[in-house]
Design a binder for this molecule. Sequence first.
Ligand code: ARG
Length: 458
Amino acid sequence: MTEKKLWGGRFEAGLEKWVEEFGASITFDQKMAEFDIKGSLAHVEMLGQTGIIPQADADKIKAGLEELLQEYKTGQLVFDVSNEDIHMNIETLLTEKIGPTAGKLHTARSRNDQVATDMHLYLKAKLAEVLEKLSNLRRTLLGLAEKHVYTIMPGYTHLQHAQPISFGHHLMAYYNMFTRDSERFAFNEQHADISPLGAAALAGTTFPIDRKMTADLMGFAKPYSNSLDAVSDRDFILEFLSNASILMIHMSRICEELISWCSNEFKFVTLSDTFSTGSSIMPQKKNPDMAELIRGKSGRVFGNLFGLLTVMKSLPLAYNKDLQEDKEGMFDTAETITVAIDILAGMLETMTVNDAHMAESTEKDFSNATELADYLAVKGVPFRQAHEIVGKLVLECTKNGHYLQDIPFERYQEISDLIKEDIYTALQSKTAVERRNSLGGTGFDQVKWQIEEAKKAF
Ligand code: ARG
């Protein structure tokens, strides 16, 4: 049995230690200590200004909370599992500091609106951080794309050489994905920017509180307009976990490509030593561990989303203790993605692009087959027929061990007198890329246009 709880009035017996530990959240919700104190500072300011408690008491509580905040920042606060969660730990510490006046702080408030407020404040701060880091990653991609407008690489479908493309174009595809990720997180910010404080346990309060004032003091755009909604829903977190999962998919995909590209088979890029690791047994190894870890960590981020979806799915209104399970996944996801974004940006900034080798790999393949088919189609051959002709030629080449650009002109003339000497120019990768000038295509001018548009919108 343990000492008396803040809620102990109606109890005759206490919790067994191990039961108490099962119910406690202080081991993880202490991450919100700063936000909890800031929320209390706003609440007590309002209690004083509205005359709900005497101003002198409000001032005393404020001074005590300010001291606790400083002590927290310097690592001096010691939390106790018997005080269950961050809210009751802070209140207990405040009571130790200023005596029974501390008990007035919880007037017109419940832990239900308090915890929801802390979560909103935490997420708002994290979203700002995520958005800043994403901007940096996008800037890196934009810079790299600009440098590589004219770098030619094989474009793939089914991981088979498909058509040559600009490496800048490939990078801009990711740039656009991360831009949409940023937009999603920015939208998420609006939903994290609403104050639950004052919803109290579930139904509001009889005290003449001023919810707009506390919302303002904490920097929220507005208060929730329904007290049940304010304490019951965690959709702002689900939205974050979902946005984070989509972001992780994008990061995992580019990492997968980096992992392939730095392999002996591709040799498209060389990752910097500062983002690579060695093997404890094979002296030659240089492994893309960081890219692999980002790919791997997508698993835990998806898991956190599914965890909370499952927690939420059948909860009746309003607060249920199940909601305590909303925290660890959110913290873990926020911490995982903020580091992963920086690692990815760092890898991209420091890698060497083996542009000559990338371009060369489009010379010994059939990725110019569409060029020949398009060439015939432009001259009036129905595209289906052109496709058939080129398909047969590719087969002939594979049997003879050469490529379309190696076929002698006489042979081309046998196939069709529509084929002129300029076919050899048309078959070059550079021409193939340059001429794909449809809007959003890989043509150099299109890539430059994309980059300019992106810079304007940045
Ligand atoms: N630690 C709790 C949580 O995270 C705080 C709210 C507790 N409220 C309650 N009615 N037991 O959800």
